[in-house]
Design a protein around this ligand. Sequence first.
Ligand code: GDD
Length: 411
Amino acid sequence: KVVAVIMVGGPTKGTRFRPLSFNTPKPLFPLAGQPMVHHPISACKRIPNLAQIFLIGFYDEKEFTLYVSSISNELKIPVRYLKEDKPHGSAGGLYHFRNLIMEDSPSHIFLLNCDVCCNFPLPDMLDAHKRYGGMGTMLVVKVSAESANQFGTLVSDPVTNELLHYTEKPETFVSDLINCGVYIFTPDIFSAIEDVSNDREDRVTANLRRLSSLDISTSTRTNIPTDFVRLDQDILSPLSGKKQLYTYETMDYWEQIKTPGLSLKCSGLYLAQFRLTSPHLLASGDGKRSATVVGDVYVHPSAKVHPTAKIGPNVSISANVRVGPGVRLICCIILDDVELEDNAVVINSIVGWKSSLGRWSRVQADGDYNSKLGITILGESVVVEQEVVIVNSIVLPNKILNMSVQDEIIL
Ligand code: GDD
């Protein structure tokens, strides 16, 4: 048997995702019309003998109850949300729930970050991992030399694929091969995490002894949490070059989803993937009474789109949205309950829940996914009045915009 664990983090993480993470946990933000975490979860469905999927995070359980029960029914695989009482780090979180994870005595454990976008080649990783015979195998990808230092960078043996050297977010260039945040481990990973935590405990005790022998007051003693273990710095770095960790390189697309701009890009990547895996989820635009559709578009069944509207490419329209006559949408995410009145235009933007755009209004941006104002974001319940134009801006929730703005953050 095999189990999969997806690390979802918690409310103190994902701050670069504001204002979109104010009311919705980042892992549930929709990409291509499905919650972010849905994409790795549905990739897990392709793993042979998968017994369970666990989501581990420190968000309130309530946030995930509905999603977890509906996805369990849909996939016919138990999906459970396990809540940490506090952040334990990416490896510490896994270790904290080791008894539950080992319940079915799995031979292998997949571990996935929720905020990466790729085609998750999990069955191929499992085959490669079995061939290598190590404790863990990590998905890796080549990125541009300029961007490599934002990730865990590594050197792997070109013949055996062994992980030889690993540095998390290095200050100078190490390699353009990086860690994708997708792993497979044998249960030995738990002993490796335990060793780190025990080592820390020993060091803390030694420190305390030293401090008390020097007669330093207790208030100056630092309190290192021994159960906080990071997978990258504490496990991958020290275990590289010891024939325990191996790499599996993907030649396909891979992106990290830290900002709203990147979420728009990833939404497009997932829509393109639906073309191959689930074409029934894409709008066809066939039929006299449906809108003109260009490229890959997702429209929630409850949305009402006027037949004279033109939408796409890379457009996702969520539940209960109303798209009026003559509306033009290009490269955007329109969230639940949005109202778009006649001839409104949205380009390279995300329109927040319950917002409304008046007639002939425009919400747009240049579409530079990597720059802060490269896409326009409207938070929840923003009103853009008719004929108003919003360009390259971020608008916080509940604002009423009756004048055009450009390159602004409206607080
Ligand atoms: N449950 C839980 N508890 N999840 C956590 C915790 C924690 O205490 N800390 C982090 N996570 C989750 C995050 O939500 C994310 O899915 C994943 O663990 C990794 O988060 P970080 O540790 O913040 O690292 P990162 O995202 O900056 O970088 C990692 O991923 C990159 C790929 O996207 C590193 O592993 C990099 O090396 C890697 O390139």
